[in-house]
Ligand binder design. Structure first.
Ligand code: SDX
Length: 376
């Protein structure tokens, strides 16, 4: 057994060819391509192809992959019927977790987890998840379901199904960039969860359902929602100093800051900051951006020396808000994108599997007598 490391901090638990992270320098690459290059030049569909195939697609390969995805946009009617029975006040990540699990019940060979099955199922789940999130949001608002439009990109189609009208080019591109930036990130908690589950040769639906459950947590994907709550709690930019200093004094975590791996600014935060600034100016939300950059300035001064910087969740909150997404849709957005990374890791795990089974350091007593209940 190796030494005990709480939270597996510093432990390497898998090999991957998808994301490379240099936490000290704040570097993230997908299959060796710097994340800034991809967010500036790629699309979510192309990025998923890259992650799954470890290379950028040729024109024909991208066209075929995109067509396969669009052919699967429409979810099973039975799942849409199920969504209409869900309580309108159900948590959005609970709904996503439930519907991904339910998709498995409408898949005749749900338990198949050979590589081709994993790839095909991943494609179907990735293609259908946006319609399921949009369907629930419209259900809870008493609006009719809007069927996917296979002439639209992944990003355009989600915003269309959610809002009932096609998004502007600016909003569709902003959402596409968010999807690129959230797609994969090494062995984060939810990805590790997916790999742990599939390592027992369980099915992909179980692995992805578990991953959604992990991502919901406020220490992980749920932080983007927490950032927005914080921004709404701070009345004006001038109030940020007092708010942050009080939180830090109470040893509270400032959502959207800190990272187990990054001890420099998360490069995704840098990209999202640019996007948030532009969208905030375009949509009259400059107060959100100004509060965010003020909080960043205070945190840099107070805890920058401890390696605590903005992570991916900090500026994604303002970005998602400016795109017009409601607060409790922020983490589901993270999940829609991360379905790409989770699936890639499931395929990698199945390619060279070894059951995950770490040890536990026993710290309890030994040689204890069994005391009959009358004498306890
Ligand atoms: C994501 O792993 C990934 O790759 C995840 C992710 C991905 O793409 O999948 O990047 C996405 O999950 C980003 C993280 C989103 N979470 C948050 O923003 C929640 C707030 N952040 C913290 O809870 C924290 O920074 C974690 C959970 C992200 C990381 O925590 P660690 O590595 O366990 O570090 P820690 O909690 O032990 O903190 C170390 C020190 C502590 O101070 P001391 O007790 O040593 O004096 O740093 C302080 C903490 O108090 N600290 C913070 C802080 N984060 C750490 N202080 C104030 N605010 C914070 N946000």
């Amino acid at each position: 057994m190796t030494e005990y490391s709480k939270g597996l901090e510093g432990v390497i638990a898998a090999e991957t060819e998808m994301s490379f992270i240099d936490g000290k320098k704040g570097v993230l690459e997908y299959v060796g391509i710097p994340i800034g290059e991809l967010s500036a030049n790629s699309t979510f569909e192309e990025t998923v192809f890259l992650l799954w195939n470890k290379k950028l697609p040729k024109k024909g390969e991208l066209a075929e992959f995109t067509a396969q995805l669009r052919d699967r946009y429409a979810p099973p009617e039975q799942i849409l019927d199920m969504i209409r029975t869900l309580p309108k006040e159900a948590g959005t990540m609970h709904v996503l977790r439930t519907v991904i699990s339910a998709l498995g019940m409408h898949d005749d060979d749900a338990n198949a987890n050979d590589l081709e099955a994993a790839r095909q199922k991943s494609l179907t789940i990735l293609a259908q998840a946006p319609a399921l999130v949009a369907a629930f949001d419209r259900h809870r608002k008493g609006r009719d379901y809007i069927a996917p439009d296979p002439s639209l990109t992944f990003a355009e189609n989600f915003l269309y199904m959610l809002n009932g009208k096609k998004p502007t080019e600016t909003m569709a591109r902003a959402f596409d960039i968010c999807m690129i930036l959230h797609a994969d990130h090494g062995l984060n908690n939810s990805t590790f969860t997916a790999r742990v589950v599939i390592s027992t040769l369980s099915d992909i639906y179980s692995a992805l359902t578990a991953a959604v459950g992990s991502l919901r947590g406020p220490l992980h994907g749920g932080a983007n929602e927490g950032v927005m709550v914080m921004l709404n709690e701070i009345p004006t930019v001038a109030d940020a100093e007092k708010y942050v200093m009080e939180k830090l004094a109470n040893k509270d975590r400032i959502m959207g800051f800190g990272h187990r791996v990054y001890k420099a600014k998360d490069p995704r935060a840098t990209d999202l900051q640019k996007l948030a600034k532009k969208l905030a100016e375009d949509t009259g939300n400059t107060d959100l951006y100004e509060k965010s950059s003020k909080i960043e300035e205070i945190m840099e001064r107070e805890v920058g020396s401890k390696g605590i910087y903005p992570n991916v969740d900090f500026y994604s909150a303002t970005t998602y808000h400016c795109i017009g997404l409601e607060l409790d849709l922020f983490t589901p957005m993270f999940a829609l994108s991360r379905l790409g990374g989770w699936s890639g890791h499931i395929i990698e795990q199945l390619t060279d599997n070894r059951l995950f089974r770490p040890g536990a350091k026993y710290v309890g007593p030994h040689d204890q007598p069994y005391t009959p209940v009358e004498k306890r």
